[in-house]
Structures are given as structure tokens and as C-alpha cells.
Design a protein around this ligand. Structure first.
Ligand code: ME8
Length: 504
């Protein structure tokens, strides 16, 4: 098994501040990165900001500041998002950094030296909001298919010979299983490419906020070619002779929203082929969040700031909601009542209640000492790690969360069936101890699994079970590392309080 794993989020535009859509992608990548680390992989996790292009330049003009000043301020907000959401990224790249500029320019030169770039002129539609070119035939009522405004552009431009890559791309989709996920997106892309590809305009001359084209500084690079190169820049490209590059390129997974799947599964592999570079293994597109049934937008002013979510509901509660609420890949709707319902049903009443009931019985009835497990195997839940791993590899984060809930329900059913309080009342202290041991061991397993989604809360539970920090990876799920009877446990602290609406 290849133990190196390189995962990336999209790099976010700095025209605006982060909202829960951005937090969603970053949390999903974080869950994947943490899961892989817990499984023993050597993980590299990248996020960052996309700072060039007309959209950022325009937003800066509206704000009356220089583009770099806007980029500095908003990039910091995205950096703060990683702290706020407890994202375990190893690097944060900005496309205005020298390391990225030289990398993007080298990529350009490589594509040019290989004969895939030519000078021409572009005339056609461009959407600044999408930073994308559209055919006349794609427009719907004079707008981009995304609903964004378009403007007519006529200017000298370098072109990338994308039209020459159609067959190679189709072969790639055919032969590399799982290159595009989920399948519905794959099918969309296959039919898009089968429809025929046109050469792509990859430079602009009518504004200046971008990376100069090597050898022709009247042009700046098309922001998407610039942006996609970030995944290489952060590994030190063009220096390909370093452990960082060798260990982590090609990327294992580029996670993106469905809005930018075409850039990642058509343009990006074609650029890499043109530069003779290896291709990423997988691109997965998740769905789109609406807010209480409405599209999130600046004009509606309904975007939810991740900080507001975390402040009201708690960090791990917010991460849990984002991962558990929607089948990953589908669109989802953010409704406050659903956040509250999930916090109360999954976390407070199920996992939290299991932990609280068990640990307080041990504190009260066993003097805080973990009782003996009795003869033979204990009756703790059995965890199917290969099944859970399969779910995460397929990016089914919601299924993973649901499976954890199922384990907790199983343990709660066990406690009700065995009724350790009745055993105690009847004087069967040993029997009660065996049940409490099994429950504590189930909690240990559940908390180990929860770490990928809820790192802080899981750590609190594992601390309460006196598990050493270095004994919390998936390897320790094994029975040979089960809890040791006789260990002293501190009195429990509630981990998942019920969420109660404040009286108006
Ligand atoms: O596209 N629901 O940046 P961006 C779910 N810079 N996810 C959402 C969302 C929503 N309502 N809104 C945003 C760009 N996202 C480019 C990427 S990569 C080389 C360059 C998430 O700031 C989703 O992951 O517009 C989407 O793909 C990303 O934010 C777009 O962020």
C-alpha cells in the first residue's frame, strides 16, 4: 500500500470572506486527512488562497484598495478559518507568493516548449464572477449557465491546444477507475469532453493583476492556469528532486465543489499531460449548500460565517453537522433546526449519554477504578475497520458518521439490556463490573473513530479513559490494546451537552 497521501482543498478566492461553503470543503478534507493519519499514512494536506484575476482586481477597486491589500486581508481570514475549524493542514499557499509565481511560470514554459501553446486572439464571452469563458451557445438568457453576468472580450491571447487532448482525457476517465467522483459527475464530464473541446484562452491583456507570461509581459496568465499550479508549487515545483515532491506528487485527492469540477478534471489533467507531469489520482466533487432553502449569495446577505456557527453550536458539533447532514456529493440545505436536532440526537442523547452513563457509574460504584472484564472476550462492540475505511475512501463521510452513531446505539442498547444498575441492586457487583468494562471499551473504540470528525471531543473522552495520546490511532482498535482493568479514571465531565434554545 502506498503510505503517502497528498490531499488538497480548492484555493479560495480572496474577493470575499469565508462562509460555511468554504468551511465544508475544508472540514471534509480535514476528516480525510485525519482518517489517513490515524490509519498510518504519511499525509500532506494543503489549502490556501487564489489571489489573482479580474474578480479580485474588481473587488479591490470597489473597496478602494490595492489588489494585494485586499488579498492580504482576506487571505488572513481564510488562514483564520483553518484555526477556527481545527483544520490540520500542513501548508497554506497564496498565489501571490514568489514560490508559486516561479512554479506557475515554469509550468507555462514546459507546456510551451512541448508545443502546446500558441499566440492568437480571443473574442467571446467571459464571466468575471466564474473566471470562465463561455460559448455563445452556452448562454442562457444572455447570462452564463451559472447565472453570472458575462461580458464581451476581444484581445490578443495565448491559447492552449486543449482540442488535441480530448481522446487522451477520455482514455484517462475510462482507464483510471475513480479518477472522477462521484459517478454522476464523471458521466457529465465524459459527455462534455465527447462533445468536443476547443482550444483554451490562457492569457489576458486588458488588466494586469496576475502572473506575467514568461517572455511576453504584456500578457498575464489566465487565473485558472495560475491557480491550478498551486498544487505543484506547494511541493516545491519546479524542483522535483526533493523528498517533498517525490513523496507527494502526484496528488492522491483534489477535493472540490461541483462548481469547479470541469477545471480540475478537464483543464488540469490536460495541462499536466502537456507538461509531461504525472496526473492526480482522484478528483471528488461535493455538492452545494443552500441556506434555509435559498442560494447563498452576497446580494441576499444570507451567507453564514463559520464563526457564527461555531460560536453558537460549538466546534465539533458544527463539524459533525457538516459531515453528517448530507450524503457527500449531494446538495444540502442548511437549516438551524437540523443542526440542533443532530446535536441533540446523535451527540447529546446517543454518544454523550453513553459516555456519561458509563463513566459516572464507574465513578460512583467502582470508586473510579475500571472493573475487571471477566473471563474470555469482553462484550464490547466490534468495529469493522475495513468497511469504515471503504466509506472514507469513497468520500462517504456521512455514512462514516452514521456508522459511528450505529455503534453508539448498539452500546446504548447493551446497557439497557444488561441494566447494570439492577445487577448492582441485586448484589452482583462482578456482573455489573463486566458490563461496565465492556461499555468503557466500546466507548474507547467509538472515541478513536470519532477523532477524524471531532478531534477535541474525542480527545476529552479518551483522556477520561486515561488512554495515552500515542495509543489513539486505528492500530489500537485491536483487542490486544483493550483497556486495562484497575486503571483509575477521573470523575467524568460532560462532553456533549444538550442544545437548548435560549428563551426569546
Ligand atoms: O472557485 N456549498 O474559489 P471559491 C458548498 N479559486 N461548497 C461551497 C459553496 C457552497 N454554497 N460555496 C463555495 C474558486 N464552496 C477557485 C478555486 S482551485 C485551483 C481554485 C466551496 O472561493 C466549494 O469547494 O469560489 C467550491 O469549489 C469552493 O468553495 C469555491 O471557492
Amino acid at each position: 500500500m502506498d503510505k503517502n497521501f497528498y490531499i488538497t482543498t480548492p484555493i479560495y478566492y480572496v474577493n470575499d470572506r469565508p462562509h460555511i461553503g468554504h468551511a465544508y470543503t475544508s472540514v471534509a478534507c480535514d476528516v480525510m486527512a485525519r482518517f489517513k493519519r490515524l490509519s498510518g499514512h504519511n499525509v500532506r494536506f494543503l489549502t490556501g488562497t487564489d489571489e489573482h484575476g479580474q474578480k479580485v482586481e474588481k473587488s479591490a477597486a470597489v473597496a478602494g484598495v490595492a489588489p494585494l491589500a485586499l488579498a492580504d486581508a482576506n487571505s488572513q481570514h481564510f488562514r483564520d478559518l483553518t484555526g477556527l475549524m481545527n483544520i490540520s493542514n500542513d501548508d497554506f499557499i497564496r498565489t501571490t507568493e514568489p514560490r508559486h509565481i516561479s512554479s506557475a511560470q515554469t509550468l507555462w514554459k514546459k507546456m510551451q516548449d512541448n508545443g502546446h501553446i500558441y499566440l492568437g486572439s480571443y473574442s467571446g464571452w467571459y464571466s468575471v464572477r466564474d473566471e470562465a469563458y463561455y460559448q455563445e451557445s452556452e448562454l442562457v438568457g444572455g447570462k452564463a449557465p451559472t447565472g453570472a453576468d458575462v461580458e464581451w472580450v476581444e484581445e490578443p491571447s495565448y491559447f492552449f491546444k486543449l482540442s488535441a487532448f480530448g481522446d487522451k482525457l477520455l482514455e484517462l476517465y475510462e482507464t483510471t477507475t475513480g479518477f472522477i467522483g462521484p459517478d454522476t459527475r464523471r458521466n457529465e464530464i465524459v459527455s462534455f469532453v465527447k462533445g468536443g473541446l476547443r482550444d483554451l484562452s490562457i492569457s489576458r491583456t486588458t488588466f494586469s493583476w496576475g502572473i506575467p507570461v514568461p517572455g511576453d509581459t504584456k500578457h498575464i496568465m489566465y487565473v485558472w492556469l495560475d491557480a491550478l499550479a498551486n498544487y505543484l508549487s506547494a511541493l516545491g515545483y519546479p524542483d522535483t528532486d526533493t523528498p517533498l515532491y517525490k513523496d507527494f506528487w502526484p496528488a492522491s485527492l483534489h477535493m472540490v465543489g461541483k462548481d469547479i469540477i470541469r477545471f480540475h478534471t478537464v483543464y488540469w489533467p490536460a495541462f499536466l499531460m502537456a507538461a509531461d507531469l504525472p496526473l492526480p489520482e482522484k478528483i471528488f466533487a461535493h455538492g452545494w449548500w443552500t441556506i434555509e432553502g435559498e442560494k447563498m449569495s452576497k446580494s441576499l446577505g444570507n451567507a453564514i460565517a463559520p464563526k457564527a456557527l461555531v460560536d453558537e453550536f460549538g466546534l465539533d458539533q458544527s463539524r459533525w453537522f457538516l459531515m453528517r447532514e448530507v450524503p457527500f456529493g449531494n446538495d444540502g440545505n442548511f437549516a438551524r433546526e437540523r443542526v440542533i436536532a443532530l446535536i441533540n440526537s446523535d451527540l447529546a442523547n446517543n454518544i454523550g449519554n453513553l459516555v456519561q452513563r458509563t463513566l459516572s457509574m464507574i465513578a460512583k460504584n467502582c470508586d473510579g477504578v475500571l472493573p475487571s472484564k471477566g473471563q474470555g472476550a469482553d462484550e464490547s462492540i466490534s468495529v469493522d475497520l475495513p468497511k469504515l475505511t471503504g466509506m472514507i475512501e469513497e468520500c462517504h463521510f456521512d455514512k462514516y458518521a452514521t456508522e459511528i452513531v450505529r455503534y453508539a446505539s448498539e452500546a446504548n442498547e447493551y446497557i439497557d439490556k444488561k441494566a447494570p444498575w439492577t445487577l448492582k441492586k441485586n448484589g452482583d457487583v462482578k456482573g455489573m463490573g463486566i458490563v461496565l468494562y465492556a461499555l468503557a471499551e466500546s466507548i474507547r473504540k467509538i472515541a478513536i473513530l470519532c477523532q477524524a470528525i471531532m478531534p477535541d471531543a474525542s480527545a476529552k473522552i479518551l483522556d477520561q479513559l486515561a488512554i495515552a495520546p500515542e495509543q489513539r490511532s486505528f492500530r489500537y482498535l485491536n483487542a490486544e490494546f483493550a483497556l486495562i482493568p484497575g486503571v483509575h479514571l477521573e470523575p467524568p465531565q460532560p462532553v456533549f451537552p444538550r442544545f437548548l434554545e435560549k428563551a426569546a
